[in-house]
Design a binder for this molecule. Sequence first.
Ligand code: HEC
Ligand code: HEC
Length: 441
Amino acid sequence: MFRKFLHTVLFVPAVALPAAAFELPAPIDDADYIQSDPELAAIGRLLFYDKVLSGNRNISCGTCHHHDLNGADGLSLGIGEGGEGIGRDRSPGYEEMRIHARIPRSAPPIWNLGHKGISSVFHDGRLQLGDRWGNGFDSPAEDWLPKGLTSILAVQALFPITSHDEMAGNPGENEIADAVVPRLDGGWPIIAARIREIPAYVRMFSAAYDHVNGPEDITIVEIANAIGAFEAQEWQSHDSDFDAYVAGDDTALDAPEMRGMELFFGAAQCSTCHSGPLFTDQQFHALALPHFGPGKTRPWDPVPRDIGRMLKTDDLADAYRFRTPSLRNVALTAPYGHNGSMPTLEAMIRHHVDPAASLAAWTPEMAGLPDVPWLSTADFVMREDTLEDARMLARVEVDLPPLTDTEIGELVAFLECLTGRTAAERPMGRPDAVPSGLPVD
Ligand code: HEC
Ligand code: HEC
């Protein structure tokens, strides 16, 4: 029997506190995820790690969303195509292949995105479910999105491969990078053509799909659906201590963790935004994390800042707003925030409680960035811009009560209880080899 959702804390600490009532989110089970065809997911796993999808055949999805790094890259801002290695050891490339810019935002971990409740992806939600373009998805590809994509994850997979810095490479370097300049959808047929030339993929796609009888039937849609199937199946995680507690195991959380839970859903007000079974309202809020790196803003903006949700909506009210992230497995996926500016859970919580003080105290050493000597001056120019900090602070939307050091420690202890007990044991894992024969990161 699942614990009743309206929950009364029965735990009595040394100094008795009044019992507080709060709501626990509904439990998750396997039926809450979109169902993936295992055969298709197996192809998706290979594609996810196959560098053949990148313009210069030098980076895969797995480079930035790696199994060894819990579905992310462990960096504040990642290094896209042109780099080598993973995580903190990733190099920025050499000579003409060296990177021109860091990736402007932090690679989010991809846990639980196959949950049926997911309606929005990317830090600014620029891909959402919706029928604005008559195809079920409100995405940067608008009405150019091909038909037949089966999930929001499949749609998402179409974008990194068209991004110059992430996977496509720079114009002049390869046919994909050139094709995406005039139109976002120009690269997709070229990528599909590469896959059609690899017999192992043709065999697997023909076996998995009734409508694929030969290379000519493989399009970017089949490719993206396979990647989406893999992500949805591989990265499910809902067996944390907290889940055990919700399912009725009273011993699953110890005393500090229980106090952290009580704060989270009660006085500290965390669950006003980190709500529901995935601990996110999937809405957008401004928290004023410090700008650094190339930023993401409108083309004519001279200030290298990240204006967040406003990029999608063009509405000033959305300036600096970012999507509330899920907190499942959050203890595994430092650094935190849309740009990875906060190195620890404690620093992130302190920032929520007092954004102005946190912003003022922030130093570049807090960013986890691989060394890139030719970018080091540009990386932190924004830290001199006090006017921009003031603009950002004026839009902050968290107004939380102060927390003692003990309470922050208890909240951290509770967040650590959201780590899946089997998070490290993924059902499929990273492949050692991929059909293109290219090396696997
Ligand atoms: C160079 C690093 C890099 C590569 C390569 C890369 N990604 Fe990402 N990924 C990111 C970053 C950074 C974001 C966040 C971008 C944003 O929100 O603006 C992201 C976002 C995502 C998201 C949305 C997560 C969420 O919670 O909203 C998914 C899913 C994802 N990537 C899957 C993929 C797939 C599939 C591929 C390969 C086709 C891929 N990524 C290649 C860095 C990368
Ligand atoms: C007003 C809504 C709101 C409230 C209340 C709130 N958060 Fe957040 N939280 C966010 C948003 C939005 C982000 C992402 C901000 C960004 O990337 O710029 C975030 C990020 C985080 C992160 C980083 C997760 C990651 O993967 O990067 C943690 C941890 C976190 N919040 C914990 C908490 C805790 C603990 C509380 C209660 C003390 C809390 N939050 C209260 C909206 C909120």
